[in-house]
Design a protein around this ligand. Sequence first.
Ligand code: NAP
Ligand code: HSE
Length: 456
Amino acid sequence: MKEIKVGMLGLGTVGSGVVKLLRENLPVIRGKLGAELVLKRIAVRDTKKDRGVSVEPGVLTDDFESVIADPDISVIVELIGGYSPAREYVLAAIGHGKHVVTANKALLACHGEDIYAAAASRGVEVRYEAAVGGGIPVLSAIKGNMAANRFRTVLGILNGTCNYILTRMTRERADFAQALKNAQALGYAEADPTFDIEGVDTAHKLCLLLTLCFGTRVDFKDIHTEGIGTVSALDIEFAARFGYRIKLLATGKLDGDRVEARVQPTMVPMDDPLAGIDGVCNAIRVSGDYAGSVMFSGRGAGMEPTASAVVGDIMAIARNILVGVGRRSAPMGFMDEEIVRLPVKPIGETVSKYYLRFTVPDHPGMLAKIAGALGENGVSIRSVIQTARKGGAPVPVVIVTHEARQMDVSRALDTIETLKITSENVRLLRIEDDLEVVSIRDVPTGDGSELPRSPL
Ligand code: NAP
Ligand code: HSE
């Protein structure tokens, strides 16, 4: 039986999952591929370290260059993470004419352009299904069976660690720090977990989705990014009283010749399926002009689901090799020359409803002062909750607004700050009542020329 030789860089959570999957599902893979995937070499920093999986003698090495340059190896799997040395190794592998599989969204969001250009010039593939949504085959669907669609909106829950922490805080009133520790122990978190909780990992993933869906490059630093560190048990409780769940939501929208791109803890209605995506699960909702709204969900992090996506990519490349084809698809779904760079809409111009929680002394006139500042800045109030009087001690006053521009809400909060009536920082959360992404073509008609066009 023909063999396809694979080299792997890194043997941590995901790498160990790949070793385990290739071993346990060998007959399944062989039966579907008609060939054998052989993990010939694995490069690690310390060959003596116990990694919880056994590998054949001679497979482990600390010589990364020798794996990358091995003439027998056709596919290099990068599972180190981070920017460097992952970038150098991936470029070197491409330089040696190897196809590359990676799960590294940070690398692709920041250095994807160089990597894709190098891969195009060497005629090799770069595949990265595991970089977004763990085991959910969402990128293949967007690039593959949904490729004929124009997209206007992509949104979702893209970080398993944050969703796991928020779920535990909601269901069991778990402590944030303890829930994070558990997520790390389960192998969900990044090597630097601040990337997860500060929303950076979600912004990296959104960056990739924006290019795949809209054909635009966006610098991940231009994505307005907030993490979940300021979400408190009290906000989760108030959210429930108003009929919402708090989720770290990534949103990308085409808006004329600009793109809206943000990552924020957001209140989503309890009856929206996104509110029911719990634990390590992720969900991505896209709307194609012909396919309509489609939501993908499943396990977004962890050893097994991520290994499933990595090995799926290796098999896709192996199939090409077996029929003698080098590169069959552009890594970002669009031909390189079609990819544009649309500006990102400033966050201040974006519009939504807001949840505002003030902590103020329970004195007459406090609510009037807050309402006055909001009104003067054009922010209209939808509902208010003030909890029971505690003998003049500070109490939470929660206001839910009607739709308002973020810059108007910020101005109102600046005014309230000058009144010196709040004893804690004001908590602000976006509320998204209508998350059902609308197709730009509900009913296909004629040649479509009357329809609003994406810039592409
Ligand atoms: P991990 O457990 O930290 O493993 C990283 C591996 O890379 C380890 O074997 C580590 O070596 C090695 N490594 C780290 N720095 C290195 C360096 N400077 N030079 C050489 N080797 C180095 O990470 P992971 O969770 O498997 O994640 C790997 C990649 O998959 C990352 O890009 C991550 O974002 C992505 N990803 C992870 C998940 C998940 O659920 N964990 C899901 C989707 C995507 P040592 O063993 O010697 O420390
Ligand atoms: N740290 C990431 C997460 C891994 O928690 O979602 C999956 O990309």
